[in-house]
Design a protein around this ligand. Structure first.
Ligand SMILES: Nc1ncnc2c1ncn2[C@@H]1O[C@H](COP(=O)(O)OP(=O)(O)OP(=O)(O)O)[C@@H](O)[C@H]1O
Length: 696
């Protein structure tokens, strides 16, 4: 078939399918607003169907795969889209949802005539692929048809022209879905079964965040009868990042998933009994002044987040367990005695997995009931006697220890176990702050863990947990999150090479993988970077390489762009003028939708922002508590840009004074934010991280 007639056939089919979708949308009818519960449920289902059809109306499908099952006479075309659509009368599938088992063929197929299989609910299905086709539909009109495989005609591995086209586009202020171009290695992760903890170590721009969001959409589809969006949670580093990723899930037809930061979530779990100490901005402490590697690795946050510290907390909780059983008998009036052995019997038949304070509460109630039954059995009605006995009861129950999380943590910090791990000064400061209900971020993991062990979870357990930028998490944080699930079902993603928060995070993944049972986890590595051009990736790889051995370079996709530029100036004034000139030049070209000027510190960013304002150039200056990211021209400290991406990036202070020898990861993060264009400026000598070779 000629290319032209293939295009015409596909265009005609698109029209047919769009007609179907529009008719089905019209048939949904008016919204029900009454009080009938059944009708309300039906209305909810209609709304969900309407949302799916609206998604399909924007772009009915993006791919076609012709698959011939073994023992069938003909290949069957399958059209893959964001939402499945069936014919209104025949119920034949016009569009297959990208998450359906058969759609995995579209992503897993990489050329060749060999048989291929997919896992259907009925078991493994084997067959052969006859055609793999990408279709681009915009505003209901078919714009492009690209065949990446035709059986018998081409026998080369699939070259993804479509992917390169998508990657070459400019970005706005939101991350977007990638359903039409999910790569084989990403698809494998997305479709991993539910009851696993999936670790993803991926280089910058390898699609970790995107993959995790698609995995949520996949899980909700695949396990629709078992899991619910309201029982899923995504942890991201800050509010601005959450704003940046907020468009992906709705576009995939997913709503209601809690998206939060660890600190906010932890404060909620502690029922707001503590607040974060605003006066100590830990980011400013670690990033506004040069800090040594030793300072970072010996920081109290690393100790408080460690498994050793968690074990010390466990020992204290274990001790507490043993105090639940009173040593003395309870004698409310002479001759009426409850022996510890009887209390022990009650405790033995109880569920010992219940949190301590719940068991304590139950025990106190049990003792009260025992007293009531004794009164009845002995027919005692003497009021003064009873009130005396009640006073004894209260005194007796008070002796059974009772703690808030904050009290137990403070008590523990004052004990010998903690003294072995944490310096006295730091412990004293924490105890003092806790008296005023103030905590540092590093105290939240122990506090939440103690809270959960003492009181249990104050909400339904989570069906799935996603942790982005997990290299900045501690084992202790994960231990707490594990207590919020029945089975560990988590997606934990990050990049050690971007581990700039070493004062709180991990140095290697085993620190986190050890938290989970080896059988219950999968570990994946993503090496291909999709964000940046080859030139930018190769440049960033050399920055990483300057840090010595053990680094894993990112593998670029074959997308070539402009060379990375470096300009060195003697005078500060010249550097600032060049920064403004560069941005104005980029803006006048009109080829970039998002531009970022990055600098090492917030102070350096303020200087730049003032200069841009003087020159009348509108820019938004990002600060650490920023809630939203608006796109356009942004000035942002490198450490706050992690996770974000921009069409063009100017690193305004790549000099030795700003980026010291320990700042390789930070500079790597900064460089890898750029999609198409990267330029670096320095006043005085360039940072050593950009070695002589780069300056040529
Ligand atoms: N298969 C793909 N098809 C098209 N674009 C992709 C694909 N995978 C990733 N991308 C794009 O690459 C960019 C980087 O993705 P993402 O932010 O998810 O990566 P990341 O690994 O989380 O990056 P970082 O660690 O640097 O924050 C995004 O623009 C995303 O749309």
């Amino acid at each position: 078939m000629s290319v032209q007639s293939a295009f015409q056939d596909e265009a005609a089919r698109i029209e047919d399918v769009l007609g179907q979708i529009r008719r089905q949308l019209l048939a949904i009818g008016p919204r029900y607003t009454g009080d009938d519960f059944t009708e309300q449920m039906l209305q909810l289902q209609r709304e969900q169907r309407q949302q799916r059809l609206e998604v399909a109306e924007r772009e009915p499908y993006f791919g076609r795969i012709d698959f011939q099952e073994l023992a069938t006479p003909q290949p069957k075309p399958l059209y893959i889209g964001k939402a499945g659509v069936a014919h209104e009368s025949s119920k034949e599938l016009l569009v297959v949802d990208w998450r359906a088992p058969v759609a995995s063929l579209f992503y897993a197929f990489s050329g060749g005539e060999a048989p291929i299989t997919y896992e259907s609910p009925e078991g493994e299905i084997e067959g052969t692929i006859h055609l793999k086709r990408n279709l681009m539909v915009r505003g209901g009109v078919l714009e492009r048809v690209v065949d990446s495989y035709i059986r018998g005609e081409k026998d080369e591995s699939v070259t993804d022209e479509f992917l390169l086209y998508r990657l070459g586009e400019n970005k706005d202020n939101r991350l977007r879905d990638i359903v039409s171009t999910i790569q084989q290695e990403q698809d494998r992760i997305i479709r991993t079964e539910k009851n696993k903890t999936v670790f993803i170590q991926g280089v910058a721009g390898s699609g970790k965040t995107t993959v995790a969001l698609h995995r949520l959409a996949y899980l909700l589809y695949r396990y629709a009868d078992r899991i619910r969006a309201e029982r899923m949670v995504i942890f991201a580093p800050n509010r601005m990042f959450l704003d940046y990723i907020s468009g992906v899930l709705p576009e995939l037809g997913v709503g209601d998933i809690l998206q939060t930061t660890y600190n906010e979530w932890a404060i909620e779990r502690l029922q707001r009994s503590v607040r974060l100490d605003d006066s100590s901005d830990s980011m400013a402490y670690w990033f506004e002044q040069p800090r040594t590697r030793e300072e970072m690795e010996q920081a109290s946050g690393r100790i408080k987040g460690s498994t050793a510290f968690k074990e010390a907390v466990d020992r204290r909780l274990q001790e507490l367990e043993s105090t639940l059983l009173p040593e003395q008998p309870f004698e409310p009036i002479p001759g009426m005695t409850l022996q510890p052995s009887a209390i022990q019997d009650w405790l033995l038949i109880e569920d010992s997995y219940e949190p301590f304070m719940k068991r304590r509460e139950r025990l106190v109630n049990r003792i009260k009931r025992w007293l009531e039954s004794e009164w009845k059995a002995r027919r005692i009605n003497d009021r003064p006697l009873k009130s005396k006995a009640n006073a004894r009861l209260n005194a007796y129950c008070k002796k059974i220890p009772s703690f808030t999380a904050s009290q137990l943590y403070s008590e523990m910090l004052s004990g010998a176990d903690a003294a072995e791990l944490i310096p006295a000064k730091s412990r004293a400061a924490t105890v003092k702050a806790l008296k005023k209900n103030l905590a540092e971020p590093e105290d939240l993991a122990p506090l939440v863990y103690i809270q959960l062990r003492l009181y249990g979870l104050d909400q339904p357990v989570y069906d799935h947990v996603v942790i982005d930028e997990a290299q900045d998490y501690s084992p202790f944080q994960l231990e707490g999150l594990r207590l919020c699930q029945l089975h560990s079902s988590m997606t934990i993603l990050g990049d050690l090479q971007q581990g700039i928060h070493r004062y709180a995070g991990i140095v290697n993944w085993t620190e986190l993988t050890e938290v989970f049972d080896a059988q219950e986890q999968d570990y994946y590595e993503l090496d291909r970077s999709y964000r940046s051009t080859m030139e930018i990736i190769e440049f960033a790889n050399r920055v990483l390489g300057s840090m010595g051995d053990g680094v894993k370079p990112a593998v670029p996709v074959f997308r070539s762009g402009e060379e990375v530029e470096i300009s060195v100036f003697d005078q500060e004034e010249e550097r600032l003028a060049e920064a403004v000139r560069t941005v104005l030049d980029w803006q006048s070209q009109g080829s970039y939708r998002t531009i970022a000027v990055l600098a090492r510190t917030a102070i350096a960013c303020s200087v730049l922002a003032a200069r841009f304002a003087e020159e009348g150039v509108e820019a938004s200056l990002i600060q650490s508590k920023q809630e939203a990211y608006g796109g356009g021209l942004t000035i942002v400290p490198a450490y706050l840009a992690k996770g974000l991406e921009f069409d063009a990036v100017l690193i305004a202070d790549a000099d030795a004074a700003s980026f010291g020898d320990n700042d390789g990861k930070l500079l790597y993060v900064a460089c890898t934010r750029a999609l198409h264009k990267l330029k670096l400026l320095s006043c005085g000598p360039l940072t050593n991280l950009l070695n002589a070779e780069l300056c040529n």
